[in-house]
Design a protein around this ligand. Structure first.
Ligand code: AMP
Ligand code: ZN
Length: 486
């Protein structure tokens, strides 16, 4: 790509040219979900945003190692090391093993990622799989003099750290401000300073998930896992670290402090943060009770929804906003996105039937260049989509015989739509998928009839049960076999 890519860096509060440390390799770490409940649409927004970044960097030819963790231990109910571990609490309430909770919600999270066509990361490490690395990190931070022990728990000494470093480097706030605006909560008597945070927490006897360490039987603080796992898989310093903006003041601020303390460097060159999905202007969040789940959106089964929306309509809705702008959910906005997405895909489906003329009234290359310009300007997906609607207008005009373009430009139009709509925006042609389904099922049902005719009942049953599992029910009668979607 001739033009340069510019990325907004939260650390420097400006757009900077993207220069990977070790091109063509790019290391990217994104904080993953805490798997104690279903991922809601707000979480999905953040992962769609990073999926776009992952896809675009890959399209540009970078070899991206994308690490997105699963938080399966250590995330307490409050950011101030207060309350119970979210997963343990849920496990106790449901009378299940914590790992049953982890398994259930990890599987659910993957299903949501898949229907929204979010590519899997290159590595998906878990906090519980990296306890040894986290303990080693705590040892290094203690050795550097930035942590202290109180009764088996280890705390990070923020004020001491700030004497040599800038603790508020990411949030842009200075320590005095932070100290004046932080309340001292009950139960934190162990800490020397109000901003100190736990690296290792001694477990109370009833705590379910705990490990042996040099200090106590306990569990790691939440911020530690990302420092340990990003370092293990991407090195002391890598290119991009991301997550939602709500992670800036505490989780990412503390992660930077931990890495600076043990490895003498900020772990990432570019800190990238997505803005929030809101409902009536309020952040969508489990604790505020205004969140809804992706499958509720796909089925329309939630009182705030007027109807159901397809997964790709939802993805398109998210991509129509820039990742650093807030995006407010409303039925009206979803309906507008549904219309827009249909218009884009209807044009996409006309591409194969377009007839070439012997002259061209419009060149496609300038549109392709403007698409790159949009994405090179901090992954500006709404501007990109506006350019794709320009391409849509051309496709429709050529199809209606109101415009003539030659074979070269038709080929460029097809390549443009394939690259930007399918590969980079990650939108799928749902219409085509639905059109093909009956033909595919009919084909399989015929195979089964052949097996039955050959008295191969094992194969025939296997096909019936397999179809049942993917939601297709067969009904045998004297007239033959019919099928329905369940
Ligand atoms: P959690 O499972 O709560 O740790 O969140 C997982 C990711 O989703 C984090 O990067 C959060 O910043 C992000 N997130 C949470 N709520 C929202 C929201 N309403 N809009 C966008 N991202 C969110
Ligand atoms: Zn994290």
């Amino acid at each position: 790509m001739k033009q340069s890519l510019f990325v907004y860096n939260t650390l420097t509060r400006q757009k900077e040219e993207f220069k990977p440390l070790n091109a063509p390799h790019v290391g990217m770490y994104v904080c993953g979900p805490t798997v104690y409940s279903d991922a809601h649409m707000g979480n999905a927004r953040t992962y769609i945003s990073f999926d776009l970044i992952f896809r675009y960097l890959s399209h540009l030819g970078y070899k991206v190692r994308y690490v997105r963790n699963i938080t399966d231990a250590g995330h307490l109910e409050s950011d101030a090391d207060e309350g119970e571990d979210k997963i343990s609490k849920k496990a106790k309430l449901a009378k299940l093993e914590p790992m049953e909770i982890v398994q259930k919600y990890t599987v659910g999270f993957h299903e949501v990622m898949q229907v929204l066509n979010i590519l899997p990361p290159s590595i998906e490490p878990t906090a519980t799989g990296h306890i040894i690395e986290q303990i080693e990190l705590v040892k290094s931070i203690i050795a550097e003099g930035y942590a202290y022990e109180v009764d088996g728990s280890i705390y990070f000494d923020v004020e001491k750290y700030n004497q040599k470093h800038n603790y508020g480097v990411l949030s842009g706030r200075n320590l005095d401000d932070l100290l004046n605006n932080t309340r001292t909560l009950g139960g934190q008597e162990d800490k020397r300073g109000k901003l100190d945070f736990a690296l290792w927490i001694k477990a109370k006897p009833e705590h379910l998930m705990k490990w042996t360490s040099p200090w106590s039987i306990g569990f790691p603080g939440w911020h530690l896992e990302c420092s340990a796992m990003s370092r293990k898989y991407l090195g002391d310093q890598f290119d991009i670290h991301g997550g939602g903006m709500d992670l800036i003041p505490t989780h990412h601020t503390n992660e930077i402090a931990q890495n600076e303390a043990c490895c003498h460097t900020n772990p990432a060159r570019y800190w990238v943060h997505t803005n929030m999905l809101t409902v009536n202007g309020q952040k969508m969040s489990k604790s505020l009770g205004n969140s809804f789940l992706p499958h509720e959106l796909f089925s329309g089964n939630n009182k705030i929804l007027n109807k159901a929306y397809s997964p790709m309509t939802v993805r398109f809705f998210m991509l129509q906003a820039h990742y650093r702008s807030t995006l407010d959910f409303s039925n009206e906005a979803m309906e507008a996105s549904e219309k827009g997405f249909k218009r884009l895909m209807n044009a996409f489906n006309l591409l194969d039937g377009l007839k070439a003329g012997n002259k061209t009234e419009v060149e496609i290359e300038p549109i392709r260049n403007r698409c790159y310009e949009a994405l090179n300007d901090d992954f500006n997906s709404p501007v990109l989509i506006a350019e794709l609607f320009e391409a849509t207008r051309i496709i429709n005009s050529v199809h209606d015989g109101k415009m003539v373009i030659d074979e070269k430009n038709i080929a460029e139009l097809k390549a443009l739509m394939n690259d930007f709509v399918i590969d980079i925006l990650g939108l799928k042609n749902e219409q085509a998928a639905n059109d093909e389904l009956p033909r595919v099922v009919d084909f399989i049902v015929n195979l089964r009839s052949e097996a039955k005719a050959n008295r191969d009942y094992a194969t025939s049953d296997k096909i019936r049960d397999g179809l049942q599992k993917v939601g297709i029910q067969l009904k045998d009668s004297k007239e033959g076999t019919t099928w329905t979607k369940i």
